[in-house]
Design a protein. Structure first.
Length: 308
């Protein structure tokens, strides 16, 4: 009688495969663990410490009043006109810069797409404002572009008969100037992303639309916009995050002034913590900004997911 076929070999093979998979996961985790630990140390731990400070009464100018404050720092914001002013300026600054960047970036991308040659040079030129440090951008605009009397903008306005203006010293013009600075630096990002997206759109759809006698605006609204909508939403998300956390360029250009004309929430938290030495209240302001940023990010990602 012939011996029964062995069944141990498939079992051993399956066990060996599972063991190998476990070893591979452990190896991958060992490679990833240092980066995760470093990420926790430089992000999560400071955020936890910031949240803890926001519940404390820490004022280096009056150290004898230190102690646990609970939610008093957050309750104080309700009657703080400076907080509401900085929150309003943050919303205006973010909305204005993001809308301008997307509109100008998309317009430039559509224009450059019609240029058959020289796009590489334009792409390289567009990268230059992005790679500059925000502090450098703020100082550049403060000293060379918006300086009274000899700044480039002032020279142009005087040549046009519009007179000279203190662009960064006038409370009514300072916010507009900071919006222009941020828009100038980050519009190339929207331009490059949208140009790359537009370059991948299939040409046959537009040919079919032309055969159906669709006009330029009809092709733009019913073909181009729906196809590039995921890229537009992603640009909106990234630009909102940058605008909400803006600090260096505004601080270098105006320092939040004149007065509080350009004091967005990020600058208000900084001034409160490191100029007025009220660490507890400044931490609570930073936590509110963090909450706004997370809420906006969540809403935009849900919007992108729902429309993708």
């Amino acid at each position: 009688m012939a011996p029964l076929p062995a069944t141990a070999s498939p079992t051993r093979a399956g066990t060996s495969a599972r063991t190998l998979a476990v070893q591979e996961r452990r190896f991958a985790l060992s490679l990833l663990a240092p980066a995760l630990v470093l990420l926790l140390l430089v992000t999560t731990v400071p955020l936890v410490y910031l949240a803890w400070n926001s519940t404390q009464r820490i004022n280096l100018g009056m150290p004898w009043m230190s102690g646990f404050a609970g939610l008093d720092n957050y309750a104080r914001m309700g009657s703080d006109p400076r907080f509401w002013n900085s929150l309003w300026l943050t919303l205006v600054y973010t909305a204005s810069t993001v809308v301008l960047q997307v509109l100008i970036g998309l317009s430039l991308a559509l224009l450059v797409l019609q240029i058959p040659k020289g796009q590489g040079v334009l792409r390289i030129g567009a990268i230059l404002p992005i790679v500059l440090a925000p502090v450098v951008v703020g100082l550049f605009w403060r000293t060379l572009v918006l300086a009274p009397d000899f700044g480039l903008v002032d020279v142009a306005t005087r040549a046009l008969g519009l007179g000279s203006h203190n662009w960064l010293g006038d409370p009514q013009l300072a916010l507009i100037a900071t919006i222009a600075i941020h828009t100038w630096q980050w519009t190339p990002f929207a331009f490059l992303v949208l140009l790359a997206t537009l370059s991948t759109l299939p040409a046959d759809i537009y040919e079919a639309a032309r055969l159906d006698r669709a006009g330029p605006w009809q092709r733009f609204f019913y073909i181009t916009l729906p196809l590039i909508r995921p890229a537009v939403v992603m640009v909106l998300i990234m630009r909102m995050m940058t605008a909400l956390s803006a600090f260096a360029a505004i601080y270098a250009a105006t320092g939040g002034g004149p007065g509080s004309a350009t004091e967005i929430l990020n600058l208000y938290a900084y001034r409160t913590s490191f100029t007025e030495l009220n660490i507890g209240y400044g931490s609570s302001l930073a936590m509110v900004l963090l909450g706004i940023t997370l809420a906006v990010s969540y809403f935009m990602f849900r919007l992108r997911k729902g429309r993708s």
